[in-house]
Design a binder for this molecule. Structure first.
Ligand SMILES: [Zn+2]
Length: 287
């Protein structure tokens, strides 16, 4: 059964080159048709256990799954209740990632919604690897940079990119925050509490981050994020940086953007900070 051993990025790069070449023959490049790709990639790589089936299924608690069918190869399933094409596409790509990266280590993969968002360089799990692959496949960095080049990257720009790549705004915003050299923080919250928060490298090095893992973290009280009278502010509003980070300089401000996603019951907030603004707690000199 053998074959090459891939990393998330080498697998995505291999498929990206293949898709780029197919585009030269007239194929529409984006959004990526993951279903078709999954059905063809095994043959393309000359693997003896290709993905034979890609279909919606009643798999209840899971967003998606990948199952070995013995001699028939593999079945890639996604939850039939998923309404958004972007979530279906990301889920299919995540499972394709398990196929390319992990099929020799497991015969069954069952993946939850939470498995679809925890990706990034500091994550090492197979779920993070599958997400990393999915993100790179659906939004290759070269085209992603082109789509998100703007004087100010706000939720308008990221929404347009989400349409182009056919993925959710959250997936696009995560891709951007992981790759930008700017100082920015992305927060997903529900009913006033942070589900998770991700900072760009620059923001993190300036102290602008939240520790949400395993903790209950309320949204700060004087932010656009908690203002129920505003459901969407895609281009942003200037706010005192202290409204988010209590140790920020009194005069520092940030751009806060917000989008309430009523269908899913969460709020996405994007904070854009000046690159020089630091928010570290002052050191206490106790000795
Ligand atoms: Zn998974």
């Amino acid at each position: 059964m053998p074959g090459e051993t891939f990393t998330p990025s080498s697998a995505a790069t291999r498929l990206t080159h293949w898709l780029d070449a197919l585009t030269a023959t007239g194929l529409q490049r984006f959004p990526v048709n993951v279903e078709q790709l999954a059905l063809e990639v095994g043959q393309q790589l000359k693997w003896t256990d290709p993905i034979a089936i890609v279909q919606a299924a009643d798999i209840k608690r899971f967003e998606g799954g990948l199952f070995h069918l013995g001699d028939q190869g593999w079945a890639l399933l996604y939850n039939e209740k998923l309404k958004s094409p972007g979530r279906v596409r990301f889920t299919q790509a995540h499972e394709l990632g398990h196929y390319l990266l992990h099929r020799l280590t497991q015969e069954e993969f069952e993946c939850s919604q939470a498995d679809m968002i925890h990706w990034g360089p500091e994550q090492k799990s197979i779920e993070a690897e599958a997400d990393d692959f999915a993100s790179s496949l659906l939004m290759p960095m070269k085209q992603f940079r082109t789509a998100t080049t703007a004087d100010v990257v706000d939720l308008e720009v990221l929404s347009a990119a989400s349409t182009k790549f056919g993925v959710s705004l959250t997936a696009v915003a995560l891709r951007w925050i992981r790759s930008t050299s700017e100082s920015a923080v992305l927060v997903l919250s529900r009913e006033g509490f942070m589900d998770w928060a991700v900072s760009s490298d620059k923001a993190r090095s300036n102290g602008a981050f939240f520790r949400t893992k395993g903790r209950v973290v309320p949204l700060p009280p004087n932010t656009l994020a908690v203002d129920d009278s505003v459901s969407a502010c895609r281009t942003g509003q200037r706010v005192p940086l202290r409204s988010w980070f209590e140790h920020a300089h009194l005069d520092a401000s940030a751009w806060e953007m917000k989008l309430l996603c009523e269908n899913y019951g969460y709020t996405l907030s994007l904070l854009h900070l000046s690159p020089g603004d630091k928010t570290w707690e002052p050191r206490s000199w106790s000795r």
